[in-house]
Structure formats: structure tokens, C-alpha cells
Design a binder for this molecule. Structure first.
Ligand code: ADP
Length: 414
């Protein structure tokens, strides 16, 4: 690999299910203490066509706006115009030599970071049905970025990529084997960029070699998944062929009796499309509580006496705890449990309730450390919240998918 040219910037776009996060980084300083962060921005979408937009140039005050943004496209355009404006963080738009995109699905073809050309884009379009709420938005982000950042490579980093190491016993569903062999139906798994990044951060925090660790990373935001990581490699994850599987989520059902799905379509109550919409958008915390997909609002309603909000939280916590426990036999032992994502990082009551069910594994957390952790993690310092006697370390780690993606872009620039 050669040396980097001067003034090379990487721009990263990370479109999640309810937000778009974005960072501009100095490519020569990605491993410095500040990770070379020059600017970050975030668009959070709300029902009703409004979005909160925060623009945060490093070393300056944050700017907050409410903007009319109904979809990912308007969110991207807002973020892009913010960084290319004349008093923005760039001397010239051409300083951006790579735009890194978090792409949810790489199918069975793309595992490693990939420079996107027309062929790659058309392959990605073939995966839209596998991740309907995400893939289309990711493709749109690449298409718009190509027209705006004309001097930059567009590099896709796949959420499915990290799970490529899972053994066949984790990826084959218990239907006919021909589904796997002929139809390429398998567990893909998602959130791989975050699970990988957090596993490295956990090893650094515990001063241990990741190659000799057994971890469960819990990425719980609006979407959520667990990953069992053995010696640095993903061996099992809770999301499956699509990001709908596994844990109960903000507005997704997670795993649900397949017989129910067949019955609901068979009786004509739903078409496949309308049921997909219900399972992806009207279920989970939102479906049960009838209030919101946002854990903060559901917890508040629960505290104010809403029975269904309390039920939603209880079901959410039970789903997490029992799925964590179910992964332990696959690992043989558990060294650390890692919480990350919007809920994992910020929500002490959920961490407390989950860990209260996992004492039998040797997982015990300190009440004060847990309550203090979110604020410390928000300032970028990962936390070990375990008690001294705990056999399993429980960590709260601030994920940084944008940094992980920028680092994945680096080899393409040298
Ligand atoms: P996405 O899956 O869209 O990337 P995030 O990882 O940003 O989502 O997580 C968003 C979720 O984090 C919100 O739905 C909200 O429930 C939760 N969250 C954020 N802050 C808090 C908090 N202080 N307490 C409880 N939950 C929180």
C-alpha cells in the first residue's frame, strides 16, 4: 500500500431504520484519539414528515433544525448540502475521495468492502426484497452521492459481511435443504459493522486478545440483533434471511410463529405485502404498546400507568434475555456481554432488567455504574458495569459504525 495524498477526506453515510448518521473524517487521522472527525450530522425522522437535523462541526457548537424530510432522499440532500456549503467543513468538495456507505444487504456475493459501479448497483437492487426498509434507501444514497461527490469512490460496506464466517449449522434454516443449496436461502445476519467494531472495543477495554474471547454483542436501537462472537468471528446472530428475525424491536416483530404468517395470509386478512408492512412497521414495542417505537416514550407511558406499555417493555426485555441465554451454549462460555446501539447505550433500565434475568450465567451489574454509564458512554468512554464478583463482564460500548466504515475505506485510498 502507498501513502495517502494530503487533505484526503472520507465522508460516511449510515442510513438506519429511523435515522441517517453521517461523518466527515480526515483519512490520515482515523487512528488518532479524535479519529480524525471533522464533522458529524444526524437526521432523525418522525411520523408526519418532520425530521430533527443536527449538524456538528468538530470544535464548534451543534446546530439543530427541524426540517421537512419525509424519506431518506430528502435526508441525504440535507446532509450533503450542509457539508458542501461555503462555510462548511470542506475547503473544496473534491477533497472527498471516498464516500463510505453502510449497505444492509450484500446477498451471498458481497462480503468485503466493495467499490460500487453499475454492476454492483444492479446486484444490490436484487436484494431489496430481502431488506425492504433499508436496501432501497442505501441504493438511493449511493446514487445521489455519485452525482454530488463526482471525484469520490463510492464504497459499500455490508452489514451482512461480518457474519460470513458463521458455520453452516448457523445459516441453514430447518426447511428442506434445497432451500439452502438451490435457492440460496440462508441466515445472512445484519448489524455486522457494529458487532465487529464493538467486539474490538470490548477487547481493548478489557485489555484482552479478541482472538481468545467469547462475546455476545447486543446491538439494540430501533432495530436490534445479538451476535455470538468466538475468537473474533461471528458464529451466530439473531437476525436471519431478513432483518425481521430474532429480537422484538422498536416496530418489528422479531421471530414469530411461521404458522401464524401462513394462516393470516391464507384466511385473506392480509396479502404478503400488507403483512410485511405490519411486521416491519406496526409491530414490536409500537405494536404492543400502541404508543411508539421509541423506548423513551414507551418507558414514560409505562411509568404513567399504561398497562400495554409495561407489557411491551416486559416482552422486549424477555426477548433479549432469553435470546442472549440461547446463544451461550454455542459459545461454550461467556466472557463478556456488550450493550450498544441507541437503547443499549442509553437505557439503564433495560440493561438492568435484562441482566437481572442472567444472574445464572454469572452476569451481575453494579447499580450505580449502570446508572452512570450512559452519560459517560455518550462522551465516548466505554464502560464496564459489572460487579467485582461477576464471572461475565457486562460492558456498555458506544458504537461507531461510521468510523468502522471509514477505516474500511482507507485501503482503497492508498
Ligand atoms: P437505529 O436503529 O435507527 O440506528 P438507534 O441506534 O439510533 O436506532 O436507536 C434509536 C432508539 O434508541 C430509539 O428508538 C430510542 O428508543 C432509543 N433511545 C435513545 N436514547 C434513549 C434513552 N435515553 N433512553 C431510552 N432509549 C433511548
Amino acid at each position: 500500500m502507498g501513502a495517502l495524498k494530503e487533505n484526503v477526506k472520507i465522508f460516511v453515510i449510515n442510513a438506519g431504520s429511523s435515522s441517517i448518521k453521517s461523518q466527515l473524517l480526515d483519512a490520515s487521522r482515523l487512528f488518532d484519539k479524535d479519529n480524525g472527525l471533522l464533522w458529524h450530522g444526524q437526521v432523525n425522522f418522525h411520523d408526519g414528515g418532520q425530521a430533527d437535523f443536527t449538524s456538528s462541526p468538530t470544535g464548534q457548537a451543534d446546530k439543530h433544525f427541524t426540517v421537512a424530510a419525509t424519506d431518506a432522499e430528502s435526508g441525504y440532500r440535507k446532509l450533503f448540502s450542509e457539508i458542501i456549503q461555503s462555510d462548511g467543513p470542506l475547503a473544496s468538495i473534491d477533497e472527498i475521495k471516498a464516500v463510505g456507505h453502510r449497505v444492509v444487504h450484500g446477498g451471498d456475493k458481497y462480503h468485503s468492502p466493495t467499490v460500487v459501479d453499475d454492476l454492483v448497483l444492479s446486484d444490490l437492487a436484487g436484494y431489496i426484497t430481502l431488506a425492504p426498509t433499508h436496501e432501497e434507501a442505501n441504493i438511493r444514497g449511493i446514487q445521489i452521492a455519485r452525482t454530488v461527490f463526482t471525484e469520490a469512490m463510492q464504497i459499500a460496506v455490508f452489514d451482512t459481511g461480518f457474519h460470513h464466517t458463521m458455520p453452516e449449522s448457523s445459516v441453514v434454516f430447518a426447511g428442506p435443504y434445497s432451500w439452502f443449496e438451490e435457492d440460496k436461502i440462508r441466515r445472512f445476519g445484519f448489524h455486522g459493522v457494529s458487532h465487529r467494531y464493538c467486539s474490538h472495543q470490548a477487547a481493548i477495554l478489557l485489555k484482552r486478545d479478541l482472538k481468545d474471547m467469547r462475546l455476545i454483542t447486543c446491538h439494540i436501537g430501533n432495530g436490534g440483533s445479538l451476535c455470538a462472537i468466538k475468537d473474533g468471528a461471528s458464529i451466530m446472530t439473531t437476525m436471519g434471511y431478513t432483518p425481521l428475525d430474532g429480537l422484538v424491536m422498536g416496530n418489528r416483530s422479531g421471530a414469530i410463529d411461521p404458522g401464524l404468517i401462513v394462516d393470516l395470509i391464507d384466511t385473506g386478512k392480509y396479502t404478503a405485502k400488507s403483512l410485511s408492512n405490519v411486521l416491519n412497521n406496526e409491530s414490536g414495542l409500537k405494536g404492543i404498546s400502541g404508543i411508539s417505537n421509541d423506548m423513551r416514550q414507551v418507558l414514560e407511558a409505562s411509568q404513567n400507568g399504561s398497562r400495554r406499555a409495561s407489557l411491551a417493555v416486559e416482552i422486549y426485555v424477555n426477548s433479549l434475555a432469553s435470546n442472549i441465554a440461547a446463544l451461550v451454549p454455542r459459545l461454550g462460555r461467556l466472557d463478556a456481554l456488550v450493550f450498544t446501539g441507541g437503547i443499549g447505550e442509553n437505557c439503564a433500565p433495560v440493561r438492568e432488567a435484562v441482566c437481572a434475568q442472567l444472574g445464572f450465567l454469572g452476569c451481575f451489574i453494579d447499580e450505580k455504574s449502570n446508572n452512570d454509564a450512559s452519560e459517560k458512554v455518550r462522551s465516548g468512554v466505554h464502560q464496564d458495569i459489572s460487579t467485582e464478583i461477576a464471572q461475565v463482564r457486562t460492558l456498555v460500548v458506544k458504537t461507531n459504525e461510521e468510523l468502522a466504515i471509514a477505516r474500511d475505506c482507507l485501503p482503497f485510498l492508498k
